[in-house]
Design a protein around this ligand. Sequence first.
Ligand SMILES: *Cc1c(COP(=O)(O)O)cnc(C)c1O
Length: 384
Amino acid sequence: MIEVAERIKKLPPYLFAEIDRLKEDVRKKGVDIIDLGVGDPDIPTPMEIVSVAKDALEDAKNHQYPSYVGMFEFRKAVADWYKVRFDVNVNPENEVVSLIGSKEGIAHFPLAFINPGDFALVPSPGYPVYPVSVMFASGEVFYMPLKEENSFLPVLGEIPEDILRKTKLMFIGYPNNPTSAVAEEDFYKDVIKLAKKYDFVVASDNAYSEICYDSYRPISFLEVEGAKDVGVEFHSLSKTFNMTGWRIGFAVGNKEIVNALGKVKTNIDSGIFQAIQVAGMYALNNAEKLNKPIRAVFQDRKDKMSDALKKAGFEFKEPKATFYFWVKTPKGYSSSEFTKKLLEEKGIVVTPGNGFGSAGEGYFRISITNPRIEEAVSRIKSAV
Ligand SMILES: *Cc1c(COP(=O)(O)O)cnc(C)c1O
């Protein structure tokens, strides 16, 4: 008999499994499905980045093992971009580590800081990788609820003292998936103060800093005084440049924290394929030029989605960033009931809020990574 480890048995039930199965059933009936479920851009990577990668692919010096920490030129491109975009100084020598997508770095991060029984503070609803990575490291998860009345920021004063004393690590991520909320300097200042008082490490996930709307520009955790004493920021080229399939991201910040994550990685992986790092360097060195047309596409979709949802009478907060709408389920429906109804009756895939943690109950997430916005909303409207 094959017996898997406790850490696999203890995994939370995969709430998307039912959606995937239902989607297959509905598709088999010949229904034209509009998928607003996944946070994966439907637009191709900019051609210029692809061309740079093609040339790099043909260069034999890129065919060998890369270093886990990343090519110096890639780390330099990261540092230069942080300076230009956020006015933050990071040393490419020891304050940057490349990641095979930021998910990889996030998933390995608790292994560097969590001993069995240590606590990690994790947002709910939140990116599912945060709690699972803590559990894989034999840590305990304390869920910080993100509530609308608090602008979907965790209320730090509500975290019990005895938990804080056992806390080694805190995950935060703004602009936020799934709520699309953003954080400003005051919140980060409070986080830094708490981290210093209770001696824990902060991991800020800033994957959506460049998917922003109107004149709003998200800030970096590292812009705030003292941030580098306590934390790192995870970043990714996935969303900024439509590069989800390429697997390239990085962490920047406190050098001891970066080094500790690096130690884990040297023992697990062998870095990002160098041809991809060369393409990533090009992307970061030309970030504004390459990201601007991408932002414009999502801006147009965001405006359309927002207008249509308002007309249809849905309750939500206008996103300032990310490609998500975090929408209240209509009266009388749970998250799962409503998303199931949309799929079965209207061929619309959205994500039930409770799939991101129990505090997401009562909401559903729409992702605008699909061009058929108006048709999708008219179908959603006709369901209620
Ligand atoms: C998409 C996403 C990432 C980035 O993942 P990659 O592994 O870099 O593709 C990180 N955090 C959140 C919350 C995300 O939604």
